[in-house]
Ligand binder design. Structure first.
Ligand SMILES: [Zn+2]
Length: 345
């Protein structure tokens, strides 16, 4: 009986042992799986982290590259700008040198460069008027006959498009071969002078209107050929040379009195000297009439008082230039001289 009991107890013990062992094994297995799962999760997480790190690195690289590209392009743009600036200033320096060589003062040189720059801008944006022909070309230094005395002007071409507003002065001159078609300024008048045939009808109209108001606008000097200007200028040079001046000095002195050939509006037939060559002409009724009415016929007082530093010509109340009615009115209203109005001063 006891033996049977002990076998049963032994069996139960053994069964318990088996159950316990299986349970432990099972338990361990699940722990391992859990561990594996944890490991795989860790592995996954680590892979993800690595992916994130990689894409972050890529992102950083991209951004860095982009920044670097942008910086490079900005730097290159800046460098290009700097190059342009240095090109411009080098051309300005060149002009300065040329102007200084041409005998003007350094101060005037700077002013002139600014004027020329402005003039270019004005020419580019102006649609109604072209003060200086686009075909203006700067001759090589020394091609103008009086270059030896420091005169190095630009040649301008008078065209159908620019003839009304073309600026002719000491810096922009007409070629010696230019000769406009000419006509009498006052129709049927024996004292008539010649003008560009496109200008003459306006002078005639103005003459008749003034006459109706009791004013006779006697024309004194209209068109003068380049050759005549040349002769007058040479005579003046000779006079100074005979007084003991060097040819260079004599030419420079002559240019203060007579405009060198090609630099006068009279050479282009676009201007008329009226009634008197005295500055006291400004005190006459005729001058007052011109001041009030000339613009209605397209004429302006070309060399006004207090603009001598710009025009480089003394006040000339007698010298009237045709620029077209609209432009004449606009210039008169502006209170500017022609160079200023067109941005050349
Ligand atoms: Zn004149």
């Amino acid at each position: 009986m006891n033996r049977i009991l002990s076998i049963i107890a032994g069996g139960i013990f053994a069964a318990l042992l088996i159950v316990l062992t299986v349970g432990i094994v099972k338990n361990n297995g699940s722990r391992v799986r859990e561990k594996d799962e944890t490991s795989s999760t860790v592995a996954d997480t680590s892979a993800q982290t690595s992916e994130i790190t990689e894409s972050f690195t890529d992102f950083i690289t991209d951004v860095t590259e982009e920044i670097s590209d942008t910086t490079a392009s900005a730097v290159s743009e800046f460098t290009a700008t700097e190059r342009t600036v240095s090109a411009v200033s080098s051309s300005a320096t060149q002009k300065t040198t040329e102007r200084i060589t041409s005998g003007t003062t350094a101060k005037k040189t700077t002013e002139k460069i600014t004027s020329e720059t402005t003039a270019k801008k004005t020419t580019a944006s102006a649609t109604t008027a072209e003060p200086v022909s686009s075909s203006t070309t700067k001759p090589a230094v020394g091609t103008y006959e009086y270059a030896y005395a420091g005169f190095n002007p630009q040649y301008i071409k008078i065209t159908d498009a620019n003839w009304r507003t073309v600026i002719v002065n000491r810096h922009y001159i007409i070629d010696k071969n230019y000769k406009p078609a000419l006509a009498n300024s006052v129709t049927g008048d024996p004292n008539s002078k010649l003008l560009d045939s496109r200008v003459a009808p306006y002078y005639n109209k103005m003459y008749l209107a003034a006459k109706a108001d009791g004013i006779i606008l006697t024309p004194l000097s209209g068109y003068r050929s380049y050759d005549l200007q040349h002769t007058n200028f040479e005579n003046k040079i000779t006079k100074y040379v005979n007084q003991g001046y060097s040819r260079v000095k004599a030419t420079q002195e002559a240019a203060k009195i007579i405009l060198p050939p090609g630099t006068s509006e009279h050479n282009a037939g676009l201007a008329m000297d009226i009634i008197s060559l005295e500055q006291s002409f400004e005190n006459t009724a005729a001058f007052k009439w011109l001041m009030n009415n000339a613009a209605d016929y397209g004429f302006i007082l070309r060399y006004p008082k207090n603009k001598e530093s710009v025009t480089e010509i003394v006040y000339e109340p007698w010298h009237w230039r045709y620029v077209g009615v609209d432009t004449a009115k606009a210039i008169k209203a502006s209170g500017k001289c022609m160079e200023e109005y067109f941005g050349l001063a």
